[in-house]
Design a binder for this molecule. Structure first.
Ligand SMILES: [Zn+2]
Length: 352
């Protein structure tokens, strides 16, 4: 077998990369391409001095796909950019004690140099950075359009809070219930936050899954993430006339319902708690609040709750509920339960 010349990346790759630059090989005519193909990949976070092997792992496969499409005759546009806002860059800046405004451009320069050496089909004419005001004015514009369309709204919701750093933490910044920066136990706080009404599109996302050329395992992940669940919203009424909505996938089993659980921060908890149970309920609320969101969910899975009637109302096994199994139908319990619940609330220490 004939000996192949040894592969010398330093000379060979430099030669071809210079040729691509010279010939504008990776710069398709975006306005007039005959067979345009947009080969987008995830932009790296410039949150360290250089790229890591995970970045290269992701880019290599995507770049090979771009080359394959080009060989099929497509005008492949492969943009590159830097996703520089966010906790990773912020943490790195805190770690090294340099203002991110100075640090991020340095990191980007290093990332760019490495990505050029990698020899991907990137069109550097269109490089972007999410921290560039010329870029983020468009994300702000998009937000305004969503807001005007009623798709962005403000709501109070639980967050992980570090009392020392006085900041909100993402779940992955909480390690064993403590802040990853300063090791302070993380609390749960309720703060006003912005949300997007993505659930408006859940049905369409689900339906359109079948039009995608995705592996069945990925499609299943997406389906589970959307998490559609068919059932009914049951409306329970307390003796004072307050309504509590409960979603269930099995409205037909409602006759077996024996109690109803409220989340500790439910607005009705204070109102419905009997005097004698108040201190126990308050203690439980404090306990839950002192947990970060992840541990709280673990606790919820292990069914942490107060026992006894302070938080649970028992229903009769049979009742005169008027019901139908249609979606979003309402159920109302009859008088028997109401009078029973009244007794429970009035004297929660007795079995009811
Ligand atoms: Zn902290």
């Amino acid at each position: 077998m004939r000996d192949l010349p040894s592969y010398d990346p330093a000379s060979l790759e430099a030669k071809w990369q210079a040729r691509w630059d010279e010939r504008h090989t990776n710069e398709p005519d975006l306005g007039g391409a005959a067979r345009p193909f947009y080969n987008l990949m995830m932009f790296p976070y410039p949150s360290a001095e250089g790229l890591h092997v995970g970045n290269m792992f992701a880019f290599t496969g995507a770049d090979i796909y771009g080359r394959f499409k080009r060989l099929q005759g497509y005008d492949v546009f492969e943009p590159m950019g830097f996703d520089a806002f966010g906790i990773h860059s912020e943490n790195y800046a805190l770690n090294v004690g340099t203002n991110p405004a100075k640090l991020i451009p340095q990191n980007i320069a290093a990332f760019r140099r490495q990505l050029r050496r990698f020899g991907g089909m990137f069109d550097w004419r269109h490089e972007l950075s999410t921290t560039d005001p010329a870029y983020y004015k468009w994300t702000q514009w998009l937000f305004l359009q969503l807001y005007k369309a009623g798709l962005a709204y403000k709501k109070r919701a639980a967050v992980n809070w570090c009392p020392k750093d006085k900041t909100v933490l993402a779940n992955e910044q909480v390690i064993d219930g403590r802040c990853e920066r300063c090791d302070t136990p993380v609390e749960q706080r309720f703060l006003d936050q912005w949300f997007f009404r993505i659930t408006n599109y859940a049905e369409r996302l689900l339906e359109n899954l079948q039009n995608l050329d995705w592996s069945s395992s990925t499609a299943l992940l997406q389906k589970n993430w959307i998490g559609r669940s068919e059932g009914a919203e049951l409306l329970f009424e307390t003796p004072s006339g307050k309504k509590i909505t409960v979603f269930t996938t099995r409205p037909d089993t409602v006759f077996g319902a024996t109690y109803l659980v409220l989340a500790p921060e439910h607005p009705l908890v204070d109102e419905l708690t009997a005097l004698e149970q108040r201190s126990a309920v308050k203690a439980y609320q404090r306990e839950v609040q002192s947990k970060d969101i992840v541990s709280r969910n673990c606790v919820a899975n292990s069914k942490s709750r107060l026992s006894g009637p302070a938080r649970s109302w028992r229903f009769p096994p049979t009742t005169n509920a008027t019901s139908s199994s249609r979606r979003n139908s309402s159920f109302r319990f009859g008088k028997w339960w109401q009078s029973r619940a009244k007794r429970c609330l009035a004297s929660p220490s007795t079995a009811c």
